[in-house]
Design a protein around this ligand. Structure first.
Ligand code: GGG
Length: 362
């Protein structure tokens, strides 16, 4: 990573596949606008690494891909995956190597119900504002294991999950610090009744961390009960911390209860700032709607706003978020996933116009 000169940022752009290539231009357009309004500059370097790239080159990114990305202050990613390639090849060929090489051990995923958005849940009067901290570098996402007797009736597969004290502790510590700035409560997702080695270890580390923070209320919940709680009592939840797999599953629930997978943002953070962090919507490449111009750009725009906040441009972040609030809360402009009829470009235009209007009135 280069030393970011004052208020200029070099950003690596990986649109990826499917709707990733459709929602990325809106996010760049929005960032350019807030940059010009709030006084910073951005240079974009686009990398075509994707399933299409794989079909041409046999790899998701070149051998020096990580070194190329390291030159940038942050990475903005769209979506990766295509039916023409098994998902584990695209995920392990691009996203996971980036997360691990850059020690992006926190995946921060907000589930926030915005005004004007209809949740599938009946009772949302008390709001939904959950922040999930997903451990992002180890856990169940592991290449340790293998197959024995392939292609025979005795075939078997072994998949090991890896939980280190360091990796578990730093994810829980991160969640505790977040909780301190919010409700003071953390719920930890476990399943130690069934998964008796790694999850009892996770619980033990959670207890150890909580002992160091007596001001924070910590609670362990089995992930099945917690998943149900996301649906039955989302207003009771604030900061939730979970392993790589549990965090991934809980955040899909989080995304749909606040209206749509198309809106959920995420940040893959290297908290020490030694390497670039990566920002991407929770949604995938959605081949079913790709090419129709109806993908919701808000997840990508919101992810870009999280990137700006991470880079220290909190005013720009707030301007974007206010514009999103305005479009959803005050207008009927929304894509079909939110029950509307607007296109990707109409939603983008509405966000841009709300940003301009906010700029004109200050
Ligand atoms: N924008 C997110 C995306 O493309 N995700 C693809 C995927 O398979 N992600 C799995 C994961 O985040 O663990």
């Amino acid at each position: 990573m280069t030393a970011a000169s004052a208020r200029h940022f070099s950003i690596a752009v990986l649109p990826g596949d499917g709707i990733g290539t459709e929602v990325m231009p809106p996010a760049l357009e929005v960032v350019e606008l807030v940059a010009s309004m709030t006084g910073f500059t951005v240079s974009w370097t686009e990398y075509p690494w994707s399933c299409a790239y794989y079909h041409e080159h046999g790899v998701m990114m070149p051998a020096d891909g990580i070194a190329q990305l390291e030159q940038h202050d942050a990475i903005l990613l769209g979506a990766v995956g295509d039916p023409s390639l098994p998902d584990h090849l695209s995920l392990w060929g691009l996203l996971i190597p980036i997360r691990r090489a850059f020690q992006q051990y926190i995946n921060l995923r907000p589930a926030l119900l915005l005004p004007g958005v209809v949740s599938p849940l009946r009772d949302t009067e008390r709001g939904i504002d959950i922040l999930v901290v997903r451990e992002n570098s180890e856990g169940e996402y592991s290449e340790v294991g293998g197959r024995v007797f392939p292609g025979t009736p005795d075939e078997l597969a072994v998949q090991e999950a890896i939980f280190s004290r360091k990796g578990t502790e730093r994810a829980i510590e991160f969640a505790v610090e977040l909780a301190r700035s919010r409700s003071g409560r953390v719920v930890s997702a476990t399943k130690s009744n069934g998964i008796i080695h790694s999850m009892t270890f996770w619980d033990e580390v959670f207890h150890d961390v909580m002992q160091r923070h007596p001001d924070i209320e910590g609670r362990l919940m089995h992930v099945d009960a917690l998943a149900a709680r996301f649906v039955s009592h989302p207003h009771d939840l604030d900061v939730v911390v979970g392993s790589n797999l549990f965090g991934d599953i809980l955040t899909d629930i989080g995304a749909v209860i606040v209206g749509s997978m198309g809106m959920a943002p995420s940040a893959n953070l290297n908290p020490a700032g030694e390497h670039p962090s990566m920002f991407e919507p929770v949604h995938g490449s959605a081949p079913d709607i790709a090419g129709q111009g109806i993908a919701n750009p808000i997840g990508q725009i919101w992810s870009a706003a999280m990137m700006l906040d991470h880079l220290g441009e909190s005013t720009a972040h707030d301007v974007i978020m206010q514009a999103i609030h305005h479009v959803l809360g005050e207008t009927a402009v929304r894509t079909p996933d939110l029950g509307g009829t607007s296109s990707t470009s109409e939603v983008t235009a509405a966000v841009m116009s709300a940003i301009r209007a906010a700029g004109a009135s200050t």
